[in-house]
Design a protein around this ligand. Sequence first.
Ligand SMILES: CC1=C(CCC(=O)O)c2cc3nc(cc4[nH]c(cc5[nH]c(cc1n2)c(C)c5CCC(=O)O)c(CCC(=O)O)c4C)C(CCC(=O)O)=C3C
Ligand SMILES: [Fe+2]
Length: 386
Amino acid sequence: MSDALPTASPAPERDASPAPYDALLLLSFGGPEGVDDVVPFLENVTRGRGIPRERLEEVGRHYYLFDGVSPINAQNRALLQALREDFAGHGLDLPVYWGNRNWAPYLTDALRQIVRDGHRRVLTLTTSAYASYSGCRQYRENLAESLATLRAEGLEVPRVDKLRHYFNHPGFVEPVADGVVAALAELPEDVRSGAHLAFCTHSIPTAAADTSGPPEAHGDGGAYVAEHLDVAAVITEAVRERTGTAHPRSLVYQSRSGPPSVPWLEPDICDHLEELHGEGVPAAVMVPIGFVSDHMEVLYDLDTEAMAKAAELGLPARRSPTVGADPRFAAAVRDLVLERAATERGQAPVRCALGALGPSHDLCPVGCCPARTPKPAAAGADAPAF
Ligand SMILES: CC1=C(CCC(=O)O)c2cc3nc(cc4[nH]c(cc5[nH]c(cc1n2)c(C)c5CCC(=O)O)c(CCC(=O)O)c4C)C(CCC(=O)O)=C3C
Ligand SMILES: [Fe+2]
């Protein structure tokens, strides 16, 4: 694989008009904020998804280890604040709302407020940077369902679009690369230059991976894996530019769910650490590129379980930070909002993207990340009219 990829591209000066949009919606997963929330939250997440009881009990224990509190909602509050500050500081007059798929504040309530406040064109930012059913279409299904609820309530339904996938935007890549450099600096000096970069993301069923992204990417591994491989190469190169060391890398998976009979993406991070250790690799940095902010998958599956595995092996390891509410990420969101607004106004704005894949599509085409059971999905070429 070539490492000669561009690792910087200047963010263009853009016209600060968000027109035709009049609201931005931060759409996220949601998480429990106390022990009493855990079971109802897990019921919301897993309704109709066929997850074995034992897996749910296991995941419930992860939350109880942290007093039932996932950091995801606090992270989203911080991101909301960062977006509002960034927009205000750059003359972008666009109110920002927040709603979740699985926990309060709920998506339907956020959309209802948007309508009551008189907004008609909503742009959505999801806290998932890649193509996949769980990371993209399922959020689009949630939007369609909430819009149908509003219509049943007799409210005027706004038009809703979704920002393109941003895994390769410089404002996502750069904070991650800096975080890797910082994590490397925390490793003992004698093992630092030999450290392996284990890029971590959520495992998904291989069938879902194969059909992720637009139909033309299907069958060849799919867009989900291709996007992660591409950004892992970009980040590795950005780290080499900063440290002078070309670290070996791999893409590995975590947080497998579902019945054991169904194949999911592998290797798992813990098995991978064992393998690295067996090969004589002196240290590892886990880079959670699959996640926008810290949440239970990061705190438990990486910081608790994978770090315990590394300690057991005697393998020096660190976990690098997620982008969270980094001001560069907030600025990237502003850039993407203005890019999309200009596109909707019929202009052809510069589209910032690093790596070999280039900028992702604005509108998910028909057949993008199909569901096992077809459901209406908003903000795509196959969106129902309201
Ligand atoms: C690709 C992907 C992302 C990244 C994109 C994105 O961020 O959207 C993601 C994020 C998250 N997943 C989360 C939590 C859970 N995911 C589960 C289950 C599942 N995730 C899946 C995929 C993904 N998940 C899949 C294919 C399943 C199997 C069931 C199904 O087919 O739907 C379950 C059920 C129990 C279990 O089996 O683990 C839970 C509790 C939380 C919140 C954590 C917190 O509370 O801090 C977050 C951010
Ligand atoms: Fe998940």
